[in-house]
Design a protein around this ligand. Structure first.
Ligand code: SF4
Ligand code: SF4
Length: 362
């Protein structure tokens, strides 16, 4: 296992983190004992960063970890989150997490899912969630305050420059990295740890191995491994979170970091040279197209449309219904003002794609 400094906290964390959102479930529900075996095996293999949140795995993820934390084989750190908009709500959420996780303090507590700078200001307001976390820190209930965000690279850079957080958690992968790079570089410059989630592009990469075959070099087993290694190759990235759903998967993930210094040096340049041409038709999730006057969640529809481009049209409906949970008829509200297309970093024909989605449903 490779260990990296978590910013200026003095903690050394494993370069692969255990993402607690994919615990296996059968007809009887979650098998807490098996999940504990997964977590213990990960810890034995060197993983010491465990990430969870309320609502993951039908709101059971924190409890699953709490059960495993009763007898961990080695040192571990826990990360959880709260999307509260008010200080009092955050306090309740923190207290609930402490009980469910069976710990006396949360090592990395995240102001969760900050969508844009207005949202950021609300979380940082007087008596808001951030100030509540400062209080909790002074009481010893929280060790390090972090932020989890879907902001653009430039917005993340602005947040990093304010130096309010010890760590930044963000979605980063081969399909969106160019639009987040400014953020991770600014975090690195400000000695803030970066934890990345979604290294597989929401399953887009492993589900489309032929399309993404160029990301693999001769030492990569498959595109999944190449995608995880891509994130881990960045000096700016401290932890790559990956969801794990079996003990075998835990072991495979730990092997993914077994690569040479040369691999690290060459991989970003190699992938950079391809992505200039390869991703021009895929939505990267950068969200520069937000603020539609008709309040259409453009980026969500465009991310779902990626499935269509990659040849899995049926998955588009599932993605809209179960992942994004947005009513498909919203696409019909488009007045074709063109604002989103003007801002789109990929020059995607958004209006035409919205019409295609509408036609697909009809
Ligand atoms: S073109 Fe349609 S989707 Fe784009 S901003 Fe205008 S109304 Fe919204
Ligand atoms: S549609 Fe364009 S601007 Fe919007 S998220 Fe996708 S790539 Fe970014």
């Amino acid at each position: 296992m490779i260990f990296k400094e978590f910013g200026t906290t003095g903690k050394k964390v494993s370069a692969i983190g255990f993402g607690g959102m994919r615990f296996p479930k059968d007809k009887k529900g979650y098998n807490y004992d098996y999940c504990a075996e997964m977590i213990h095996e990960a810890n034995r293999l060197g993983i010491n960063y465990f990430d969870t949140a309320p609502f993951y795995n039908d709101d059971k993820s924190e409890e699953i970890f709490g059960n495993a934390f009763k007898n961990m084989p080695d040192t571990f750190y826990v990360s959880t989150k709260s999307a509260a908009r008010k200080g009092s709500e955050l306090r309740k959420s923190l207290e609930k997490s402490l009980i469910r996780l069976n710990v006396e303090k949360i090592n990395f507590f995240h102001v969760w899912c900050v969508m844009d700078m207005d949202d950021y200001k609300q979380r940082m307001a007087t008596d808001g969630p951030y100030e509540e976390l400062l209080k909790a820190k002074s009481e010893g209930l929280v060790e390090h305050i972090c932020i989890s965000t879907h902001c653009t690279g430039d917005e993340i850079a602005e947040i990093a420059s304010k130096q309010k957080f010890d760590g930044i958690l963000l979605g980063y992968n081969i399909t969106n990295y160019k639009y987040r790079q400014a953020g991770i570089k600014a975090a690195f410059k400000n000695n803030i740890a970066v934890v990345t989630m979604n290294p597989l592009g929401g399953g887009l990469i492993p589900d489309n191995p032929n399309y993404f075959s160029y990301i693999k070099n001769e030492t990569d087993t498959d595109v999944l491994q190449a995608a995880i290694r891509f994130n881990a190759s960045h000096k700016e990235i401290t932890v790559v979170l990956t969801g794990m759903d079996s003990i075998e998967h835990v072991r495979e993930n730990c092997n993914n970091l077994d690569f040479s210094e040369d691999y690290v040096k060459n991989t970003i340049t190699r992938i950079d040279s391809y992505t200039k041409e390869s991703h021009d038709s895929l939505c990267t999730g950068c969200r520069y197209c937000e603020y539609c006057p008709e309040e259409i969640p453009v980026s969500k529809f465009m991310l779902a449309y990626n499935k269509m481009i990659l040849g899995d049209a049926a998955a588009l409906k599932d993605n809209i219904k179960y992942h994004w949970r947005i009513p498909p008829e919203l696409v019909d509200k488009c007045i074709e003002c063109g604002l989103c297309e003007q801002k789109c970093t990929q020059h995607i024909p958004i209006i035409d794609r919205l019409k295609s989605i509408s036609a697909f449903y009809k």
